[in-house]
Write a protein that binds this ligand. Sequence first.
Ligand code: SF4
Ligand code: SF4
Ligand code: SF4
Ligand code: FES
Length: 948
Amino acid sequence: MALLQELDTGTPIRTGEPTVTLTIDGRKVSVPQGTSVMAAAALIDNPIPKLCATDNLEAFGSCRLCLVEIEGRKGTPASCTTPAEQGMVVHTKTPRLDRLRRGVMELYISDHPLDCLTCSANGDCELQTQAGNVGLRDVRYGYDGAKHSQGPIDASNPYFSFESSKCIVCSRCVRACEEVQGTFALTILGRGFGSKVATGGVDFLSSECVSCGACVQACPTATLNEKPVIEHGTPERTVVTTCAYCGVGCSFKAELKGDEVLRMVPHKAGKANEGHSCVKGRFAYGYATHKDRILKPMIRGRIEDPWREVSWGEAIAHAASEFKRIQAQYGRDSAGAISSSRCTNEEVFLVQKLVRAGFGNNNIDTCARVCHSPTGFGLSKTFGTSAGTQDFKSVAKADIVVVIGANPTDAHPVFASRLKKRLRAGARLIVIDPRRIDLVRSAHIRADHHLALKPGTNVAVLNAMAHVVVTEGLVDEVFVRERCELGNFESWARFVADPRHSPEATAAATGVDPHELRAAARLYATGGNAAIYYGLGVTEHSQGSTTVMAIANLAMATGNIGREGVGVNPLRGQNNVQGSCDMGSFPHEFSGYRHVSNDTARETFERLWGVPLSNEPGLRIPNMIDEAIDGSFKWLYVQGEDIAQSDPDTTHITAGLKAMECVIVQDLFLNETARYAHIFLPGASFLEKDGTFTNAERRISRVRKAIPPLAGMADWEVTMALANALGAPMRYNHPREIMDEIAATTPTFKGVSYARLDELGSIQWPCNDAAPTGTPVMHVDHFVRGKGQFMLTEYLATEERAGPRFPLLLTTGRILSQYNVGAQTRRTASTVWHHEDVLEIHPFDAEQRGVRDGDLVALASRIGEISLHARVTERVQPGVVYTTFHHAVTGANVVTTDNSDWATNCPEYKVTAVQVRRTNHFSDWQLRDREEGVSLRRMAKALADAAE
Ligand code: SF4
Ligand code: SF4
Ligand code: SF4
Ligand code: FES
């Protein structure tokens, strides 16, 4: 398969014109100017020995193994640092070069432990390979010369270890940390034999290292090595698949021995990540085989009863008979389903098909409801389709980057590394966020402007930026005239030009310095290619959809749409948020964002599925809960989603679940929602099934089965069995057939098939006759809706306001090592970095409340109260507190309210008025009688004992 081919060219291949032609060992090769002689030789399958070079790092020229002879030049230059030139004649294999290379290698080997046969990298070590390549047979200096480093093995990182005695000081790890990851955690200390790799801390764990694994991958020896490989030896087989965590959608090679995954190696040919990774995708896969996995279906009569293990057949039959009983008793609309953005496109498509064709209603919703539903609404209204406009690579062409309501270094780390690379190369940065996220100030990165707005005022800030653009004559008139609807542009321009939208007039509400805001707006409008990246800090507000439209307005007004380096890019939370929305998971839309009242689209499905379909939008998740409490919604199938933990106002959600007569949870683990379930169906992890995920760039990538489903069935097979039992027949032998059905019914997927995906590696939709290999950049010549539509974006302050009783505003977010509600990452060694959710509070607010760093504090809102430990920090501004929601035991959503986006019901997680006070006990909710409660009680007791 083309996508499995990986060629190590030693140094990066330059792109573009002009090309030069040179002769290497008698063969002619043409390469883009600036390409090294080493890379040119690799392209004609004539690799030159090397140690310090690798093709995702700039050449360093330290090992001297890659020497060549060039006709007309003195000496033996290093091929990795020598650019190919027109007419150059190069020799890579001469007796002199052989002698010199053997001499270099002799020095390396004389200073290296001779334990190849027992070394974990035996057979997978570049030093060993190159020693063979250069024909080293003997070492004249003996084998026990002064070892440059005999320090202890640093095994502090939970996933990899550092054995300094094997280090050849090639500096690849140091450069990978700088160039690829952008963290600068490593350095080389000392000189000559005394030189060694060092972290800024005592060890890797205490250093700045973020465990991305780039150094481990770059290391040509066993110095930096994955712990499972050290323990079990080198892998035997490889399966190329896609990360199951965030919306970056990194491609990985799952490397296995038998059915055990030994490591996940980022795939160089993966276009989303180009060989890079973060700690989650690279290392945190252990949850897939964690002992908490439930591998047998279970049922129970009442949620108070103990679970009873049953066969798949019995569980499915019970679910179907309950469905039939409930629909007969309470009517067609009493049943519904929630699909998951952690499941594949094919699985999501089947769940919505089950609902529409099997239940006869449109009661299907998805967890995207609580994250990016405003993106769907806002971008459809303005541009005509619900998706990011660019590929990730495009950021390399951006001159100005705006990051608003997103924290890429924690939530989308591999994209953050690309972004930081571009920023280090000179792009300018504007951060709009209540918190001082890492991008505001980190190694070699400084934001030009940080607009530290008050939570809930995004729209006011964006309107003020638009005010500056319009009133200072910074509109790209040519773009607007050619590409946008002029009538509504003029209304919009009049609207934002109103003095009430000026930075000065809005400063009291937003808390943003008007001078800073004006400067940021001017920079965005005039600094060249300007790209906007945004996250849940935009969408999870009562004005989430308005904010998305305000962002789109700004991009259109400044002409920053339709080419590389610009655009509007939602950074999607979960791996398949884009895909679950594309697949028709919302109650009002079929796949491809066609409304259920669209007769043409509905008839397409009716013809294929052979049943009449409802043209009425179904229930959203909050409506399902409300109707359950009202007594009319009774049967719910939840695949791969934990609404009892992830959705706001937990008490309301659990009341709704309790009111249902049959709740079916399909998941890897007994999650919070399963507490209220009557039937539990085991789920399958991404390693156990075939399918596709679609990332934030609209990139469809294959998920490939690496091991058989541990519970015997993949999720798509379970949905199919359920459908057949309910009387909605489905027959698929493989997920590829489901994709064929998606392609046959969804115009933007028309050209997608597994064969095409295997051929191209991945495809960005739309993929159809007009774009047979996909569409990296959207809206190039015209918007999907024709002309771009400016929308009026009136700022309406959220009802959730700080007041005397609840004077602080709580906002929430994600941390690097943990993922969403933590169901996966809490079951990995990543808990070493984040074993509990803490509350960030500004020193001023802390002092006023007598709170010290580490104190247990009560966090109360009008909805509920929880307790957690305080972290006193200036990352948050006075008046704002912040926490994560990874640990179920914290119950962060016990305090968040039921406020939601006016257009989509996306919950307003990012603004909750709260009070904070010191306490010495956990809340009643946290101390419910359960495992976590017991451990919290122990912690509470320990705290109380300590206080005495
Ligand atoms: S794991 Fe990543 S962050 Fe840590 S030292 Fe290696 S390259 Fe740097
Ligand atoms: S740890 Fe590995 S990559 Fe780093 S300098 Fe040593 S041998 Fe090279
Ligand atoms: S950046 Fe996202 S997709 Fe990539 S490895 Fe990390 S979690 Fe996985
Ligand atoms: S590979 Fe060229 S000097 Fe090391």
